[in-house]
Write a protein that binds this ligand. Sequence first.
Ligand code: NAP
Length: 312
Amino acid sequence: MKALTLNQFGGPEQLQIQELAIPSTAPGEVLVRVHAAGVNPVDYKIRKGSVKLLSGKKFPRILGRDIAGVVEQAGKKSVYRAGDKVFAMLPFSGGGYAEFAKVKESHLCHIPEGLTMTEAAAVPLASLTALQAFKKEGGIQSGDRILVNGASGGVGSFAVQIARAMEAYVTGICSSRNTEFVQSLGANQVIDYTAEDFTRLEGRYNKIFDAVAKSSFRKCRKILTKGGVYISTIPNKGLLMYQALNFLRNKKAYPIMVKPSGGDLLVISDFIKNGLVRPCVQRSFPLEEGDKAHELIETERVRGKIVLQIIS
Ligand SMILES: NC(=O)c1ccc[n+]([C@@H]2O[C@H](COP(=O)([O-])OP(=O)(O)OC[C@H]3O[C@@H](n4cnc5c(N)ncnc54)[C@H](OP(=O)(O)O)[C@@H]3O)[C@@H](O)[C@H]2O)c1
């Protein structure tokens, strides 16, 4: 099969098209013919070797944690059949930037009607991060005030929509060039971080989701309500220390580490079916231009998501 592989850590030029064997599946796994693969910041972090402790150092490796495609082969007892349209988030080992990927059945979900393969590939990791973050400390109640920092990015654009789908009042933080985009996602209020520091304003929030990890619990604490929760996508030392002290505090701090889950993806699918959530794809690239996709994701300026197209 054709795959975009990495044979050593380094820049985007290290991504090379290579012929590799189709992965063999174990019981409980499904072989998927991949039509499109989502691109996430974790992909460039693995490529650069910034997260070796988590990623390991085995080569060649195939990056890519999000796939959308068609079931090629499933076990006799599987609920999936050859030809089913499916999407999934893959574990840290990746494998999405290729013509075929093996997926644990428990990580899979049928693609909701009306989504293209490109749109479906944009959904799993980013939306699951937001959904799983919002589950912390009892989840979101109708009428809760939720702040999303980095509301225009991959994770943030889903977070705004998911919190709105859960009937929260949502404040999105983004730069001026993305204000209209974040409004179009349904945010009730938008604050331009280039003009105002949201941590110094009057608002009070039940949950602050720092999707881009550009603020801190220390700064956000004072704008959390009593019992409020701060969640960040980067588990740095300071945050882990605050988390260890949560039992002493009324206001809590958590890092999120997203996990593949077909069950959680089904929740997102229902939101999509009901018109409450939609993926926003800024741009797609053919698999052969994976290096260009990595250059773009590394800028930290993407609006919504970017996707690699394997079958166009
Ligand atoms: N722990 C986990 O499980 C997990 C899961 C998913 C993602 N992550 C991490 O979470 C981070 C975000 O992921 P992502 O996919 O959302 O990234 P992304 O799509 O690349 O984020 C890009 C967006 O961030 C905005 N942004 C950049 N600097 C900002 C700032 N100072 N304040 C507010 N917004 C800012 C940009 O808007 P402007 O250009 O307008 O600034 C852009 O729209 C990454 O570091 C990723 O690795 C962690």
